[in-house]
Design a protein around this ligand. Structure first.
Ligand SMILES: Cc1cc2nc3c(=O)[nH]c(=O)nc-3n(C[C@H](O)[C@H](O)[C@H](O)COP(=O)(O)O)c2cc1C
Length: 329
């Protein structure tokens, strides 16, 4: 067990303050965050502040068909509606920031973007080490690229990224996720695997909290090296990149049109949303499987290219498993 000698460490360690942002509709991301935080919360050497993000106009769950689609233009352009006032003043000094977020239309969800664009975010995050925690269907690579830009704008230092995804095949979760979000039921489509991150992965997320606790004991958050290597924190799938790029472009262009037509929630947008959903379903039933098929045929010739891409998107924490045995939960 690489866990440090806590008695020794606690003698010299001042209280470490950890800021955690929190927003979840189904409770999935809250549950994952809770698992990660447990080792820190159970230790008197840490003060964990959980800041709930509350949109002024709450998002519905389950979503209505139009309200769900109507969220994509502002997601693609990262112009979310505002949040209710935060409980923080911006003068607080945190040692580490844990930033959990879900992906909405291939971008970080509205509440987290609203937070990162809030004037307080820069004050709170400037110079601070950040660990991002993603829980989504399985397309998060380009959202994390957007997240990196948002963090950079706040002056934050991204140390680690944890990404937990729905383990079912892409072609299944492309259908089960929207049905979950529109019905509230994970197993709405009985013939397909249930939607969402599986319970075993959620439970095992505790390993990240244990490793963070040990790293904080050793002041490793002050350095530049990731704290969560060897724990399979982010196992990216570069074969989804073609689809992510195509869909991001389409969300952006159609989003521009929709934003020109009207404000979020206005009826004027609805005919265009219907048109878009037809386009989107065509895309999902053609481009995604086609791109996955072509890539599987080309796989033997493109191994090196995909390996390079995977290495890049797995960063900074990586998908290695060499420390898993130290933090088995
Ligand atoms: C409006 C909307 C768009 C979404 N788009 C994506 C997406 O592009 N990629 C993805 O992997 N998951 C996507 N999801 C799934 C979410 O990332 C997340 O897994 C799900 O909403 C549950 O999150 P929760 O913690 O808020 O309950 C989307 C969810 C919503 C509500």
């Amino acid at each position: 067990m690489a866990a440090l000698n806590t008695t020794e460490a606690s003698i010299s360690l001042p209280l470490k303050r950890v800021l955690v942002l929190s927003y979840s509709q189904t409770g999935q991301l809250t549950e994952i965050t809770r698992r990660i935080l447990a080792p820190l919360e159970q230790d008197s050497r840490f003060a964990v502040h959980i800041e709930p993000l509350r949109p002024v106009k709450p998002y519905p769950f389950p979503w209505g068909f139009f309200s769900f689609l109507d969220a994509f233009p502002e997601s693609a352009h990262m112009v979310p509606p505002p949040l209710q006032p935060l409980s923080l003043s911006g003068d607080e000094d945190f040692d580490l920031v844990i930033l959990p977020y879900q992906v909405w239309f291939l971008a970080p969800s509205h509440p987290i973007v609203a937070f990162l664009k809030h004037p307080l975010a820069r004050k709170l995050l400037n110079g601070k080490p950040v660990v991002t925690v993603i829980a989504c269907r399985n397309m998060w690579m380009l959202a994390q690229e957007k997240m990196k830009t948002l963090l950079k704008d706040c002056g934050a230092r991204l140390l680690d990224n944890i990404a937990l995804v729905d383990p079912s095949p892409t072609m299944a979760s492309l259908w089960t996720t929207p049905f979950w979000l529109l019905s509230g039921k994970k197993d709405f489509l009985k013939l397909l695997p249930p939607a969402g991150v599986d319970q075993a992965s959620i439970k095992a997320a505790r390993r990240f909290g244990l490793a963070l606790r040990d790293a904080l004991y050793n002041n490793e958050e002050r350095g530049v090296a990731p704290l969560l290597t060897g724990l399979r924190a982010a196992d990216s799938n570069p074969h989804l990149l073609v689809s992510e790029k195509a869909a991001t472009r389409s969300f952006y262009l159609w989003g521009k049109l929709l934003r020109a037509v009207g404000e979020p929630g206005q009826w004027r947008r609805y005919p265009f949303l219907v048109l878009y959903v037809i386009f989107l379903i065509t895309l999902i039933s053609t481009v995604v499987p086609l791109s996955l098929l072509i890539q599987s045929l080309l796989r033997p010739f493109m191994r090196r290219r995909f390996a390079t891409l995977k290495q890049r998107f797995d960063l900074p924490s990586g998908s290695g498993t060499e420390r898993m045995h130290q933090y088995e939960c």
